[in-house]
Ligand binder design. Sequence first.
Ligand SMILES: [Zn+2]
Length: 225
Amino acid sequence: MRFFDRKKIRLLFGFTVFLVLLILNCVMYCNKAGMKRDLVVVIDVGHGGNDPGKIGVDNVKEKDVNLQIALCLKAQLQARGVKVILTREGDVCLATNGATNKKVSDMHNRVSLINASGADYMISIHQNSYPEAEISGPQVFYYGSSEMSKKLAEAIQAQLIVDLQPPKEREIKTGNDLYILKNSQCPGVIVECGFLSNPTECENLQNPQYQQAVAAAIARAICKL
Ligand SMILES: [Zn+2]
């Protein structure tokens, strides 16, 4: 009987060690793959509907590029186990029907959606434009008093530079007067992926492979935090 008990204890001990090793292995694999469990990210897709945003040198509309990159980012984050919410998935304006000021209503509804999402991070996707065509390079904006937003901005800016190797390496910038940054409750950034006023960057930003690279850089940066 004693011998049998010892054998049982040994078996139980062996099985417990096996289980612990299996769990450790899974945790290590998840970390290695950059997977984040229970992380929620809300992607704000800039403009839409009657608001085209910036117009590119070849007449491309910012709202369309924003949506294409946002959908790539959604897929990249989901592949890393992140739960994703988008403020829009089609070419729509978020203003309430009959609103007198559509832009104000659109921004208000965006922020309501972001704050109701309970997300850990907010990533607002936009494209830039400037009167001088040679100006280029991605740039990330954050709300000055939010330390976590600054960390997020630094991580995304650094990864965009490493992955895209833009001719002009820009630095993160505060955007304290930007409505979406000012009113979002969770740490958040606006990613200006590039300049639609720069012919080369405008072409790149419409290239599906480049769009994937932009999205992958943002997703990688978020999952490294
Ligand atoms: Zn914009």
